[in-house]
Ligand binder design. Structure first.
Ligand SMILES: N[C@@H]1[C@@H](O)[C@H](O)[C@@H](COP(=O)(O)O)O[C@@H]1O
Length: 235
């Protein structure tokens, strides 16, 4: 898999250092459009950026996804997450997150896709779900999918509900970039920590594309870096 480079790190701290250096190079190389992810995986990464001298004031960002019905004032929204962990501490030229409170969600998806395609993402960050989802592209999502409204699976609702007051408070639908939207980025960095992510990463190592594991769509992309603390990943 010549297109995929694995970078093994000791821990989250080393991952944050590796990513910080990579961002420094990308910015020096003229990066203009950055694709951003949410989730606990990204917290140490954004903390390191926020504490650094990196300058994002000429950068436009696009986030992967948002829960339907949650706005930036809700601490469980991804808009709140981004403001809290990064945007309030590092000014960007422009930030984009799908609007989970849009009146017309289909129109919002179409407009979001048009905006991100028009801008062209230079580098996209990704996490991965335990079931192999990327953004909120759940198992079975076609690799040709663009930004769309999606129904979250029981597995994702179970894992992500830990951040909500109770299981009934988590929205069951979300807006997400599609797999094709993600693959349109020139470069991709996926970060995964901990044994819970081993099964998902091993699907990638197997080298076979299957819609059952959306992460395997990355096999189609020419420039992917995986940063992980997992070793001995077996096919
Ligand atoms: N929609 C997000 C994904 O984009 C993210 O990759 C995943 C992993 O989250 P964590 O980093 O907390 O493990 O969580 C959510 O489902």
């Amino acid at each position: 898999m010549a297109n995929i480079r694995y970078v093994k790190v000791a821990d989250k701290k080393e991952a944050a250092e590796v990513v910080l250096e990579r961002m420094r190079e990308e910015l020096a190389g003229g990066l203009e459009v950055l694709g951003l992810a949410t989730g606990s995986t990204m917290e140490p990464i954004y903390a390191a950026w926020a504490d650094s001298d990196l300058d994002f004031s000429d950068v436009t960002s696009f986030n992967l996804d948002e829960y339907v019905g949650l706005g930036p004032d809700n601490p469980n929204s991804y808009a709140w997450f981004m403001n809290h962990h990064l945007f309030s501490r590092k000014p960007f030229k422009e930030t984009n997150i799908p609007d989970g409170k849009a009146h017309n969600l289909e129109e919002e998806c179409e407009e979001y896709e048009a905006r991100l395609r028009g801008a062209g993402i230079d580098l996209q960050f990704l996490g991965v779900g335990e079931n192999g989802h990327i953004a909120f592209n759940e198992p079975g999502t076609p690799f040709t999918s663009i930004t769309h409204l999606t129904q979250l699976t029981e597995s994702t609702l179970g894992v992500n509900s830990q951040y909500f007051e109770d299981r009934s408070a988590i929205p069951e639908t979300a807006l997400t970039m599609g797999i094709s939207s993600i693959l349109s980025a020139k470069k991709i960095i996926l970060i995964a920590f901990g044994e819970k992510k081993r099964h998902a990463l091993e699907q990638l190592v197997k080298g076979e594309e299957t819609a059952e594991y959306p992460i395997t769509a990355l096999l189609r992309h020419p420039d992917v870096t995986i940063i992980t603390d997992l070793d001995n990943l077996t096919a």
